[in-house]
Ligand binder design. Structure first.
Ligand SMILES: [Zn+2]
Length: 456
């Protein structure tokens, strides 16, 4: 048995001269030595265990992605309580790993903490579906992620630190747009899906990303090696195992999660005799939460919720999938820079230059890459969507390309498009977005679609 690999990093020495002969702190001792903090001194390790050493013999259980049973697939272990057992790169709740580190550094969270999972199991059972055991249908989440307490009971009893990557719960929603739809008679209070106080009953699931790297590479048509190398470089070397541990094929990336809101019976999803309505929605904090009028995100989201509720009330099932891909996955800072560039350009904000302004700032028009989006639908067992509440050709192509049939595509009603958002809407329609109401503007007509000035 090879010895455990670690580097004996003297933390006190870290403040001393570095190998270039200088001093990391400019020769000045810190006023407060964080490593000797009385609150945390006892808990702190004096060495760092490297999990990336290629020659160390690890005890990590193997992962057989797409195996027929959870027990054959094996648990995914991305925790640090026993680094030798890790069989995945990254960590659970990857997007929050830095907050977790801060909590530990500040002494608020014990490094050895393990969650008590009593009573946390899903409120409804989703799957297993045939897509769960197809190594190519699902590559960006762990289909067994909600059920680890059941399917890895034995391993948990043995002391393995396995954590859920999916949680399923129930909630009531109160939304002004749904209230208006009830008042206008478009939705009815049925006591089941909409309660007498206008609460909407929903089942919701949160899914953290779990990437099977060979499958991800295949989706994007690149080699696994190229994918690993680029991710290693672009995360500033944050995950050395991408390079040093080619045997680790699963990664929990530090990106946002996905949430599903289901209206009606979750068990009806996938049934051939039930009508399915679905909106796949990418996060837009400015519109979704604050009602900013430069885009159609919230109106389209609430329209999708209304259509989903209506389908459920008519005996079908509706669901909205919400992906954390703020500003086309470019981030909100880039998005706001683009807003300024659009509004300040010569001639003002125009539908004809909408995409160019994004590309000038971001280098690309869009980084959402809908290739991974249908995985959540396959996790739900969706085979057909009768009403797809989306105009995006990229979303449609990804869904249909993944083997899910789409019936009708539902355009956002014109009256729901805010005036300032017509720039975005007309630009997208001209670029190939689905539209069956009204003409698609081109050339001069597209140029004439103008947005508000920055100071109006
Ligand atoms: Zn938006």
């Amino acid at each position: 048995m090879a010895p455990r690999v670690f580097i004996g990093l003297s933390l006190a020495g870290a403040w001393g001269p570095n190998k270039f002969g200088g001093s990391l702190d400019g020769g000045v001792k810190p006023a407060y030595n964080i490593w000797m903090s009385p609150k945390t001194h006892q808990e702190r390790k004096t060495h760092i265990i490297l999990t990336s050493h290629p020659h160390h013999i690890y005890k990590s259980p193997p992962i057989h992605w797409g195996a027929k049973k959870a027990s054959e697939r094996g648990p995914i272990i991305a925790t640090f309580t026993d680094p030798d057992l890790r069989n995945a790169i990254g960590s659970h709740s990857g997007g929050y790993a830095v907050y977790r580190a801060l909590a530990m550094a500040a002494g608020n969270l014990k490094t050895e903490h393990r969650p008590d999972l009593t009573n946390t199991s899903p409120v409804v059972r989703i799957g297993p579906h045939p897509s769960w055991t197809d190594p190519e249908k699902i590559v960006s989440l762990d289909p067994w992620g909600a059920d680890i307490v059941d399917v890895f009971k034995k391993e948990l009893k043995q002391g393995l630190d396995i954590r859920p990557s999916i949680a399923i719960t129930k909630a009531h929603l109160q939304m002004p747009e749904i209230n208006q739809a009830i008042s206008a008679g478009r939705l009815k209070i049925d006591g089941k899906i909409i309660k007498p106080n206008r609460d909407v009953v929903v089942t919701k699931a949160a899914l953290d990303p779990v990437w099977y790297l060979p499958g991800i590479a295949k989706r994007f048509g690149v080699t696994e090696q190229e994918l690993r190398k680029t991710m290693y470089e672009q995360t500033g070397g944050m995950f050395p195992e991408l390079i040093t541990r080619p045997d680790l094929k699963v990664m929990l990336p530090p990106i946002g999660s996905t949430t599903i809101y289901i209206f009606g019976e979750p068990g009806d999803i996938g049934r051939a005799d039930k009508v399915h309505t679905c909106r796949v929605h990418d996060e837009c904090n400015g519109s979704d939460v604050f009602g900013s009028d430069i885009c159609t995100c919230r109106p389209y989201l609430t329209h999708g919720i209304e259509e989903s509720i209506r389908t459920a009330q008519e005996g079908g099932v509706g669901f909205v999938v919400y992906y954390r891909k703020e500003g086309r996955s470019l981030g909100e800072v880039t998005k706001f820079l683009v807003y300024n560039a659009r509004k300040r350009q010569k001639g003002g904000d125009s539908a004809s230059t909408y995409f160019q302004r994004t590309e000038c700032v971001a280098g690309v028009q869009d980084m959402r890459f809908q290739e991974l989006m249908p995985d959540v639908l396959h996790w739900l067992g969706v085979k057909r969507i009768d009403n797809l509440v989306s105009m995006s050709n990229m979303k449609y192509d990804a869904i249909v390309g993944s083997g899910i049939k789409v019936g009708r595509r539902v355009q956002i009603p014109d009256e729901l498009v805010p005036q300032d958002a017509s720039v975005e809407m007309e630009a997208k329609k001209a670029a190939g977005y689905f539209a069956d109401i009204g003409p698609v503007k081109k050339g001069k007509a597209l140029k004439k679609v103008k947005g508000r000035a920055l100071n109006d």
